[in-house]
Design a protein around this ligand. Structure first.
Ligand code: C5P
Length: 233
């Protein structure tokens, strides 16, 4: 019903050090991408689903197709990958969720909170969690500039939800059209920050994320993911 999901899986997985794209890494017998697509299917059944894959990939492409999703070759950065996926969406799509494949164990309730906020008219929706570490600022030389009050900070997760026209517009404003150059705007690491930068008149609505939506990034995250899959049975 007008909802599409873009699952970004075109990263190299360098920080994970597994010698393969992160989305292919096995977690208890299934790849990260298969876990991610199963969670998407459970939470938003029937949604048009696009998966961005690395150039030259065949494995993730096959897994995406097997799950009923459409593979699209990603770009050099996450933002470029999202832009390429958006360019393939049918006209009938009115709302888009952008989700990291690496957050493959995201609970259905998080998707539901994001979709509910979109349905009630929010143009941009971001799931967040509280900051648990004490956070300190540094200057360009790495010298301390003081402790930052964590009560006023949140950690940002995915899926992030958007009005499709708005997401298209801010991607175009950022020069992220798929047929243009590769230059990402500096400091943009997610989709909602494009809205802030290029359409600041639109509010970004925050909903509760979940610690189980953590992004598999470093080897320890894989240990946690495997334990979590086991504990879910
Ligand atoms: O590198 P990081 O973990 O922040 O990447 C977040 C997500 O963006 C991952 O799921 C990764 O596969 C995806 N990505 C992408 N295209 C890139 C870089 C990252 O789809 N060029």
């Amino acid at each position: 019903d007008g909802l599409a999901v873009v699952v970004v899986a075109a990263g190299s997985g360098t920080r994970l050090g597994y010698g393969m794209p992160k989305a292919l890494v096995p977690v208890n017998g299934r790849s990260v991408l298969e876990h991610a697509l199963a969670a998407v299917r459970r939470a938003v059944p029937g949604a048009t689903t696009i998966v961005t894959v690395p150039a030259g990939d065949t494995d993730l492409t096959a897994l995406a197709r097997a799950a009923g999703a459409s593979p699209v070759v990603g770009g050099a950065t996450r933002a470029q990958s999202v832009a390429r996926a958006l360019a393939t969406l049918p006209e009938t799509v009115t709302h888009v969720l952008v989700h990291d494949a690496a957050r493959c164990l995201t609970p259905p309730a998080v998707f539901e909170r994001v979709v509910t906020a979109l349905r009630t008219g929010a143009p941009a929706v971001v799931p967040v969690t509280e900051v648990t570490d004490t956070v300190r600022g540094v200057d360009t030389e790495g010298r301390s500039t003081g402790t930052v009050d964590r009560a006023g900070l949140r950690c940002v997760q995915t899926p992030q939800g958007f009005d499709r026209a708005l997401l298209d517009r801010v991607n175009a404003a950022a020069g992220l059209l798929p047929d243009r150059g590769e230059g990402d705007p500096a400091g943009i690491t997610d989709d909602a920050s494009l809205v802030e930068r290029f359409a600041p008149e639109h509010p970004v609505t925050l909903v509760a994320g979940d610690v189980e939506s953590f992004k598999i990034t470093r080897p320890l995250d894989l240990v946690l993911a495997r334990a979590l899959v086991n504990s879910r049975g």
